[in-house]
Design a protein around this ligand. Sequence first.
Ligand code: FES
Length: 600
Amino acid sequence: MSTPIKLTINGQSCSCQAGQTILEVASANNIYIPTLCWMKDRSPWGGCRVCIVEIEGSPKVVPACATPAADGSAVTTNSPRLQRLRKMTLELLFSERNHVCPICPMNKGDCGLQHQGYPHGVDSIRFPYLFPALSMDLTGRYFGLDHNRCILCTRCVRTCDEIEGVHTLDIANRGEKNEVVVDLHVGLGESETCTQCGACVAACPTGALFDKAQTYRGKLHSCRTVKTTCPECPVGCGLEVFTKEDRIVEVFGDSDSQLNAGHLCKKGRYETWAAPRHRITQPLLHGKPVSWDEALAFVRQARATSPVWESVLLASPRLTNEAAHAIHAVADKLDRVGTYVVPNEAALVDAPEQPGDVAQHLAEADAFILLGVQPVRDHGVIAARVRTGVRKRGAKLVILDCRRSDLDAYADIAVREVSLERKFWARVAEVLRDAKRPVLIYGPTAMTPVGVSVLDKLTEVFRAQGTGEGPALVGLPSGVNSIGMVAAGVEPVEEVAPWLDAKPVQYLHLVLGDEPDGGAQLLEEKHMADLLAGIPCVVVQASYRSKLTDAAQVVLPATIWAEKTGTLTNFTGRMLPLRPVVPVRGAGRDDAAIVEAVYA
Ligand code: FES
C-alpha cells in the first residue's frame, strides 16, 4: 500500500492515495471545481481548461482533472485570476463555432457550455466570432452530428473508445480545423464500426451530437424521470426514462445500475422508444375496431365451441413474470401452453448457472471465451464489456461457434465450427495459458452435444493449467424473459410448427405482448403460415401491428413495457422491476389482465 499523500485545497487539509487527481481529491472533500471535458469513468483529457487551479509556488495554472495531487502542495480552486481565465476560455469556446443557442435543442437547461457560461458571467464575447462554414451529418438512423455546436471536448471520442470499445469517433486535423470524424471520415450512417449505442450522444455536453427523436420534445431538466428495466434482452440493464406531457423524451442508461453502469446498447437506448411502429390501441374483430366487451364475448364463444384438447396458448418469451404466472394459472383450461424460444434454449433457461457478481467478473476478466452466443446482436452491453476488456486490459479472446461479428477482429482465435482435434486445443491452451480470471460466456448452442464436448475440452485445458476452478460461467439466453417464463411453469417450445401440428387445433391464443415486430417472426418458421391459416380461431394479443395481427380473427391490444408494472427475470436470475413510465395508450391492457379476462 502506498504512503498517503497530504495536501491542502483552499486551506482545507486533504489526504489521498498516489495517482489521484486534484479533481478527485477535491470532489471527495466536497470542494467544487467546475469541469466541462471531464467525465466520470473516462480517462482525463485536460483539454477545456475550465477546471484550472493554482498550486502555491507554481507560476502556471494546471487542469485539476488531469493533474495528480502532490504531497505537501497547497491548491487554490477559486481566485480572481482563475475566474478571469475560465471566463476567457469559455468566451473563446463560444467564439470558435456557431453556437446559435436559440435553435439548439440543448438551449436553456441541458447544455454543459451554457451551464459554465452563466456562473462565469459570460454575457458577451470579447473575441471575434470565426463563423466557420461547418456541416451537419444527419445520415445516422437515430442521431446526428452538428459540427457547429461541437466544442471538441472529446467526451464522445473517449466514450466510444473506452465504454463501447469501438473507437468509431476520433478527432482529425489541427488547430481551428479540428473536427470529430466518424471512421475514416464517413457519414454516421455509413460507418462500419458504429454500433449506434448512442453513448456518444449521452456524453456530449452541447447539442453537437443529438438524438433525432428527442429533439425539441422537451428540456431534459424539466422532464419527469423514472428508473425502470430495459425490456429488450435478458441482461436487464437499468434505464432512466425522461418523460414530458405523457410521452417519452429520452432514454438513458441508469448510472446506478450495477450491470450496465449507465451504458446501453442500441436496443435499449433507441429501439425501446425511437423506432417507428404501428401501435394497436383498440380491440379488433375481423380487422374492425370493437369494444373490449365485444372482443371478449367473441373469444369466449370461440373457446366454448372449441374442445379443451384442441385449444392452445403460445406466448412470447418477453412477457413479465406476472403474465407468465397468469398464463400458468389458466393452463388447465387449455390443452397446451408454451413459450417460443430459440433452438437449444430450453436446457439453458432451465438451469442457468452464473457466478456471484457477473459485472465484476466481466470487469476483471483477463480472458473471454465466447461459445455459441451472439452478444453483438443480442446482448450489446456484454459485447461492449468484452471489447473494452480486450482493447483496454489486453484480455485474451477466444470465439467458438458464434456468428461473425466485429468481435472477430479482436479475437486471438475465432472459429465458426469447433474442431476437437488436439492441434486446435493446443492452440486454445496456448492463448489461455496465463489466464487467471477467465470468463466463459455461453449461449444456447453450448447445450448441444458438440457444445458439451467443447465445454469438456475447455475444462481439460484449465485443469491442465491448474487454473483453480476454471472460468466463471455466464449463460446468456436469447429470450428477454425466457428464464422467468419457464420458472413460472410455461413450457419452452423450440420449434413452434411441429408443436402446433402435433395435434388438431381449433383455438389458438397467441400472447405476444410488445414483441417489436408484432410476432411476425413466427411466420418465418416453415409451414407456420399454412398452419395458422388452417386454425378456425386465432386470437392475437399484441401491442404492434404485423402480418399476424392482420390475419387474426380477434386482436386484443396489449400494453407496452413503458406502461407496465411488473418484473422480468434477467440472465443472473434476478427479478428486476418494470415501472410505468407513461399512461396506457388507447384501450390497451396488461397481458396478465387480458389472460385472466379471457379465461375467467
Ligand atoms: Fe479539466 Fe476540461 S474539465 S480540462
